[in-house]
Structure formats: structure tokens, C-alpha cells
Ligand binder design. Structure first.
Ligand SMILES: Nc1ncnc2c1ncn2[C@@H]1O[C@H](COP(=O)(O)OP(=O)(O)OP(=O)(O)O)[C@@H](O)[C@H]1O
Ligand SMILES: [Mg+2]
Length: 262
């Protein structure tokens, strides 16, 4: 299963991506978590120790690898390069694993939002599209905030997209834009997740306003999330309320997606 997590800046995409990655890992699934934000944060949210983090190098910065595999230098537009480079060894060679979660950083790559394809985006797209995932494997893509990058070529390989929202009209507005772009690229399985919800009033605001997409669940606002960040700990370990809420979402996702994927 390949899941993308999107939403407006700062709504909690990375927090949710880390929770899902650890929950699926705990359930015995093989998880590849991909940080697609040019300023990566997922390693921290997963509680990766700094010595492991220092071993992570974003794929987009690996000029030699990109050249070797595509025949073109990163950033090249036009000219000839391989559109289906060899990628099978990349997760193994370029990721680090902590407590069972394998993590890969993409770095700053234009994934073709504007329609152009450069060698590094060709490499990554091939990686995510053709990597042979076993049925039970899980890819979690923590996306760059906003909508600009969500072009045709971007995430058409995912099975489902989660759009994180805060209980505000603004973040629901961004969610609506993401929804329409996602539908343009043929993505049909979309869910909203409400985050930083402080009280029943905010929860019912989300339930009543977020009608154009199914609400997968709600994560409470909790000061522990920022404490966990300061302590370098995973929210999964530090804030049981969030972990439990996310576990319920994963159960719903599994019940709804897995049967359809056969
Ligand atoms: N449920 C929550 N309760 C309290 N604070 C939260 C909660 N979820 C996230 N936060 C805080 O909100 C901030 C943004 O969270 P996070 O980094 O997960 O969002 P993001 O959508 O990935 O942001 P960006 O767009 O910058 O990638 C962080 O400081 C995080 O600690
Ligand atoms: Mg983030």
C-alpha cells in the first residue's frame, strides 16, 4: 500500500506520517517512510538518533547516482536521459532504519508539478512506481506542504492520500484544492484527518464542514507533541493519546483499502 500525506503547512503531516510508520511497523508490516519535504523533518519525528540521521543523504543530492542511473546530471531539462532507470537497490543502499522503520529522504526535487521532468524526478518516480512492494508492504510519503507541487506526474502512484487539516476554514480551503488536484490525477481514495483538535466544538466544526471528503479520524491537540520534539522522542512513544487515535485510523484504512487491493 502506498500512502501520501498532504496538507497545508504546519498542520501535522510529518507527525501523522511518523505515527503511521511506527504503527504499521509495530503491526509487523515492512515500512518505507519517505520524507519528500526539501527541508526534512521526518527522521526527528520518528526519533532517529542523530548519528543515524547524519548518515541520511537526500537522493536528489546524489549527483553521481543520478548521473549513473539516468545518464544526465541533476537539474538538466531537455536532452536525453533514461526515464526508467534502475532503482531496485536504492532503498537498501540509501536509507537508514531505526526500530524497524526504513527512512529515505528525497531532498529538493521538482516532481513534475509544472509538467517538466528532470533526471532526479524521473529517478524518484520510477523508484516509487515500480519498486516491487509486496502486498503487505507500506510506503508512507510525507509530502511538501501546499498544492503547487501536486501536478500530474507527482503522486499518481499512490493508492490513497490523506489530507491533514486543522479545525480552521483556511486549512479546509487548502484541503479542497488538494482534493481537486488529486482527483485530476485520478486519485480516488482520499481522506481527511483532523489534527490539533482541542475540544468538542472544534471536532464538530470539522465534522460539519468537512463534508466533501470522508473524515478518517481526529487527533487531539496535545502539548506533549511539542515536548516530544524538544526531547527528540517519537510522538508514538511520548503521547499515547495521539498514538491511540492514529491506531484507529490505521484500522479503518486497512479495512477499506486492503480488500480492494486484493
Ligand atoms: N496534535 C498536535 N498537538 C499539538 N501540537 C502539534 C500536534 N500535531 C502537530 N503539532 C505541532 O505542530 C507543528 C507542525 O507539525 P508537523 O511538523 O507535523 O506539521 P507539518 O504539516 O509536517 O509541517 P510542514 O508543513 O512544516 O512540513 C510542530 O511543532 C508539531 O509539534
Ligand atoms: Mg512536515
Amino acid at each position: 500500500m502506498k500512502l501520501a500525506i498532504s496538507g497545508k503547512g504546519g498542520v501535522g503531516k510529518t507527525t501523522l506520517a511518523a505515527l503511521f510508520a511506527q504503527i504499521y511497523t509495530q503491526a509487523g508490516r515492512n515500512v518505507l517512510a519517505v520524507d519528500a519535504d526539501p527541508s526534512p523533518c521526518l527522521a526527528g519525528a520518528l526519533g532517529f538518533p542523530s548519528e543515524l540521521r547524519s548518515k541520511l543523504h537526500p537522493i536528489a543530492e546524489m549527483e553521481d547516482l543520478i548521473y549513473e542511473r539516468t545518464g544526465a546530471k541533476p537539474g538538466t531539462i531537455g536532452g536525453f536521459f533514461t526515464l526508467n532507470p534502475r532503482v531496485d537497490d536504492i532503498p537498501e543502499r540509501f536509507s537508514v532504519t531505526h526500530r524497524g522503520v526504513r527512512l529515505l529522504e528525497m531532498g529538493a526535487v521538482d516532481m513534475g508539478g509544472s509538467g517538466c521532468i528532470c533526471p532526479e524526478s524521473a529517478l524518484l518516480k520510477t523508484l516509487f512506481t515500480h519498486l516491487l512492494f509486496r502486498k503487505d508492504d507500506v510506503l508512507i510519503l510525507d509530502m511538501y506542504a501546499g498544492v503547487e507541487h501536486l501536478g500530474r506526474a507527482t503522486v499518481d502512484f499512490v493508492d490513497a492520500m490523506i489530507i491533514v487539516v486543522e479545525p480552521t476554514r483556511r486549512s479546509l480551503g487548502t484541503a479542497a484544492q488538494i482534493k481537486s488536484l488529486a482527483e485530476d490525477i485520478g486519485l480516488r481514495r482520499l481522506w481527511l484527518v483532523g489534527n490539533k483538535v482541542q475540544n468538542e466544538e472544534e471536532a464538530s466544526f470539522l465534522r460539519s464542514e468537512a463534508t466533501s471528503l470522508p473524515l478518517l479520524g481526529i487527533l487531539p491537540g496535545d502539548a506533549g507533541v511539542q515536548e516530544a520534539d524538544r526531547l527528540g522522542m517519537a510522538v508514538y512513544d511520548y503521547v499515547p493519546a495521539l498514538r491511540q487515535a492514529a491506531e484507529k485510523m490505521v484500522a479503518v484504512l486497512d479495512a477499506q483499502i486492503a480488500p480492494q487491493m486484493g
